[in-house]
Design a protein around this ligand. Structure first.
Ligand code: FAD
Ligand code: DHB
Length: 387
């Protein structure tokens, strides 16, 4: 088997990269370890930046998003019992789109399957080789048969726990990371959202986030300990804590059947560089952010766009600058996204800070609430930096 670009992983980054490449006539094969139902039902992120929503439309996969997604023109910060709205439309002229990651995945998988281009599910023993010596190949087992896919390039879109990053030669990569002393307990519930827009709350019991998936489904998160045991959180305790942390005048928390419950650790992580020879890391394979700024999925899409543009330059114009500068280009953006995600996380969570740090946190919140310039900076980052 031979292709131009071998893509490992059918998450948002791998699927979007394949879609963008197909649009400019570049062949690819996607190799995914999980089944189609598994990736189409994996509940993760839910907020698309303005340009990412535009990207889905321009790539021909935006129709369902425009039908069932929820455009949001702002969000609110809740602290000291008071709500402070950040008006994205007024501050930036843009909005975000609340649309589930697994719906994005479904739309991209459907487009891929319809095109007839290869997308192989349930591949095992995936390994990469030869990428540093001009003979890039991917070994894997599919349908019980051992296969080798020869590629011009390999895109490692295989997430934080994938095989591509660990396959880079010893000493080639430098890692930068920060682990936070708390996690998020997230639920999906059959309950109408209790507010029209997202609420990010800093409460003395800890952070809480009110989000949603549809007019009948709520997505809610609360800060919990890093090593929290889910068994300690029966449904009634989760609802009580959400009610306490999100309470403000006129607010009523709608409750309902909890259909999904999970704990997400909080971490910042960046790999430098994001490339070795013909192997390029894309999305979570290269970097992860704490979810407070809603940036994980969006950053993965940004890398996919950068790599597709670089590959187009290479194939259509024999210009290799884009590929050579891929790491530099992506890292420049991701460090700004890391800064924003770290800032939102630090401003909104409680972690037993000393009195000085806590007062700085309150001053930060007060500054954002009272300064249009500060709100504009938050809004500009939240709706998304240019792709
Ligand atoms: P992934 O979506 O991880 O896709 C990688 C793909 O590669 C997967 O399909 C995987 O099965 C496949 N794969 C892995 N290893 C192999 C292999 N060896 N061979 C073949 N295939 C392989 N971000 C937010 O902004 N907000 C959120 O609320 C949020 N919640 C999250 C909750 C959870 C539980 C997790 C894990 C992440 C969350 N994120 C969130 C982050 C966001 O979902 C990710 O940033 C996004 O999925 C990154 O996309 P990706 O394509 O780079 O990687
Ligand atoms: C959601 C997740 C986030 O991390 C965030 O900042 C906002 C919304 C969500 O899952 O809806």
């Amino acid at each position: 088997m031979r292709t131009q670009v071998g893509i490992i992983g059918a998450g948002p980054s791998g699927l979007m990269l394949a879609q963008l490449l197909r649009q400019v006539g570049i062949e690819s094969v996607i190799i995914e370890q999980r089944s189609r139902p598994y990736i189409e039902n994996r509940i993760r992120a839910g907020v698309l930046e303005y340009e990412v929503a535009q990207l889905l439309r321009q790539s021909g996969v935006g129709a369902r998003m425009d039908k069932i997604g929820l455009p949001h023109g702002g969000t609110s910060l809740l602290f000291g019992g008071e709500m402070h709205r950040i008006d994205f439309r007024d501050l930036t002229g843009k909005e975000v789109m609340v649309y589930s990651q697994h719906e994005v995945v479904r739309d991209l998988v459907a487009a891929r399957v319809e095109s007839g281009a290869p997308l192989l599910f349930e591949c095992s023993d995936v390994a990469v080789e030869g990428f540093a010596s001009g003979d890039a190949k991917i070994h894997f087992v599919h349908d019980g048969r051992a296969e080798t896919l020869h590629c011009d390039f390999i895109a490692g879109c295989d997430g934080f726990h994938g095989v591509c990053r660990p396959s880079m030669p010893d000493g080639h990569l430098t890692f930068f990371d920060r682990v936070y002393p708390f996690s998020w307990l997230g639920i999906l519930a059959d309950a109408p959202p209790s507010a029209e827009e997202l609420i990010y709350a800093n409460h003395e019991n800890g952070f809480a986030l009110l989000s949603m998936r549809s007019p009948t489904v709520s997505r809610l998160y609360i800060q919990c300990d890093a090593d929290e045991d889910l068994a300690e959180w029966p449904d009634h305790r989760i609802w009580e804590e959400l009610d306490t942390r999100l309470q403000h005048p006129g607010f009523h928390l709608n409750t309902g059947k909890i259909t999904q419950k999970g704990i997400t650790p909080m971490r910042s992580f960046v790999t430098e560089p994001m490339q070795c020879g013909a192997l390029f890391l894309v999305g979570d394979a290269a970097h992860i952010v704490p979810p407070t700024g809603a940036k994980g999925l969006n950053s993965a899409m940004a890398d996919a766009v950068a790599l597709s543009r670089a590959l187009e330059l290479h194939y259509a114009h024999k210009n290799h600058d884009g590929l050579e500068n891929y790491s530099k280009h992506c890292l420049r953006r991701i460090w700004k996204v890391q800064r924003f995600s770290w800032w939102m996380t630090t401003m909104l969570h409680r972690s037993g800070e000393d009195g000085f740090s806590h007062r700085l946190q309150l001053a930060e919140l007060d500054y954002v609430a009272s300064s249009r310039t500060a709100r504009k900076s938050l809004a500009e980052n939240y709706v998304g930096l240019p792709l």
